[in-house]
Design a protein around this ligand. Structure first.
Ligand code: NAD
Length: 492
């Protein structure tokens, strides 16, 4: 909710004005217009949310799961009813196109749908007669107060990787959304407010590092979910672990795609262009490197150059626009300077997206699609996450050499292969060190009923977001061993 141009926090079942002394402007990245101010909430406001969650927990955990999920059915209906309105907020604060914003919200809603299966998903298991007259049971119980800290690039989807599972499992949940894109979740929480959940079951506290640290240090917060850049993911994971919390922290990426000479080149180019330039390259599953093998090189280079040059860039509310701006002026500057670094390191610019000016939106943070050729796999640009619409091309002689390049990266979020050979596909799937693999797919984003499985510097923790991992993360296992000797029943 917004009051006098300022976003409110949602704590203990009510919207509250923050007592913050610091605020940030939330700007539309296409127009530079300031839309609202977001408070950087102080730690005592985090504490209020945690206390409300603690008070709500005993009753919420004993509310039967079949009743808890009734709120999720209502939430799904409200999200569907307000679908385009929420997607439009994502366009305005995040810079995506309308279709991209709809797409991410849809993927978020799918997590609400999957979490309605919690009565079955959180069942335990048991064994009779582990010894004579002794039985053993495993029950799952909620963890308690849990929190999620989310990034700017999926304001609608990523909070929904967590919230539905957390509360369906009987936990009380606090969200700290990205201060760059706080409006989408503010609107979603308006809808959550209509659900009639008991106060304290869900809260939203706006802020940045101060609010994050308050969550990490609060003794009553039992589990932390984080998505963002790798240095912050590592920091959050370490501090949460040092404070005895369960943590799942997803980090950055540098996703390679390999194109073999037998690939369907038209399809590969179209899909890789969408993966590299969609969401202005600001997806953690964006393709940032394409490694062509053998004679795939020349054809792919020619095709991707044409496609990159033709991409329509602008404000995402316009239906013909295929790519919006990057998130901030600092981000634009960073992406452009990394393109320059690539050139200094010997790459050849096939398509140069720097110094873009979009008619009518001259103050927007636009970088056009950029293609760098002959990027040296050992250069700095080959390893850095650029997080903009920049595709680097590398060339390998064999699939083995390509897989070597793929595995040399410190990240392991996604790797994809384009081929018509099943044997090559199996080799790739088997040997590549990344957690999400695509075969003839450009954005191998797992559905809500599978884990989002980053490896290496792309993930710190054990249990990933979504799917069965979400139930593992949001429940404690309790094992009960019972002895009921047969002779005691003779009394009856
Ligand atoms: P970010 O790390 O700057 O911020 C993420 C969150 O951490 C925000 O809520 C922010 O307020 C908080 N934060 C930032 N600096 C902090 C600090 N020093 N201490 C404590 N908290 C801090 O990330 P971003 O720029 O919002 O998002 C882009 C990054 O997220 C990219 O690296 C992208 O690859 C990654 N990402 C990863 C996944 C994944 O699933 N692996 C998904 C989406 C985005």
């Amino acid at each position: 909710m917004i009051e006098n141009g300022q976003l409110l926090n949602y704590v203990n079942g009510a919207w509250k004005r923050s007592r913050a002394s610091e605020f940030l402007d939330v700007r539309n990245p296409a127009t530079a217009e300031t839309m609202v101010r977001v408070p950087l909430s102080p730690s005592d406001e985090v504490d209020e949310a945690v206390q409300a969650a603690q008070s709500a927990f005993p009753d919420w955990r004993s509310t039967p799961p079949v009743q808890r999920i009734q709120y999720l059915f209502k939430l799904k209906k409200l999200l569907d009813d307000h679908f385009d309105e929420i997607a439009r907020l994502t366009v305005d604060e995040c810079g995506k196109t309308m279709d991209e914003s709809r797409g991410e919200l849809q993927r978020g809603i799918e997590n609400v749908e999957v979490a309605t299966g919690i009565p079955m998903l959180m069942q335990g298991y048991n064994s009779e007669d582990i010894a004579r007259g002794i039985d053993e049971h495993m029950f799952r119980q909620p963890v308690g107060v849990v929190a999620a800290i989310t990034p700017f690039n999926f304001p609608g989807m990523i909070p929904l990787w967590y919230l539905p599972y957390a509360i369906a499992c009987g936990n009380c949940f606090i969200l700290k959304p990205s201060e760059k894109v706080p409006m989408t979740m503010s609107r979603v929480f308006d809808l959550i407010d209509e659900l009639g959940l008991p106060p304290g079951v869900v809260s939203l506290v706006n802020g940045s590092k101060g609010a994050v640290d308050a969550l990490l240090d609060h003794p009553a917060v039992r589990a932390i979910s984080f998505v963002g850049s790798s240095p912050v993911a590592r920091y959050v994971y370490s501090r949460a672990a040092a404070n005895g919390k369960r943590a799942q922290c997803a980090g950055g990426a540098k996703n390679p795609v390999v194109v073999l000479p037998d690939a369907d080149m038209e399809m590969a180019t179209r899909i890789i262009a969408d993966s590299s330039f969609g969401c202005a390259g600001q997806r953690c599953l964006a393709t940032s490197v394409t490694i062509t093998v053998g004679e795939a090189g020349r054809e792919f280079r020619d095709r991707i150059t044409r496609v990159a040059e033709a991409r329509k860039v602008g404000y995402g509310i316009e239906p013909e626009v295929e790519m919006g701006p990057v998130i901030t002026p600092e981000s634009k500057q960073r992406v452009e300077s990394l393109i320059g670094k690539g050139v200094n390191e010997g790459a050849k610019v096939l398509v140069d997206g720097r110094n873009a000016s979009i008619s009518g939106y001259e103050r927007g943070n636009f970088v056009r699609p950029t293609v760098l050729d002959n990027v040296n796999p050992r250069s700095e640009i080959a390893g850095i996450e650029i997080f903009g619409p920049v595709l680097s091309l590398m060339h390998a002689q064999t699939i083995d050499e390509a897989i070597e390049f793929v595995n040399a990266t410190s990240y392991g979020n996604m790797a994809c292969l384009f081929t018509t050979s099943g044997a090559a596909a199996r080799k790739f799937r088997y040997e590549v060190q990344a957690g999400n693999i695509g075969i003839n797919i450009g954005v191998a984003a797992p559905m809500a009923f599978f884990p989002f499985s980053g490896w290496k510097e792309s993930f710190f923790g054990d249990m990933h977001a979504q799917g069965r991992d979400a139930i593992e993360f949001y429940t404690e296992k309790k094992v009960v061993v019972e002895r009921w000797p047969r002779e005691w029943s003779r009394k009856f």
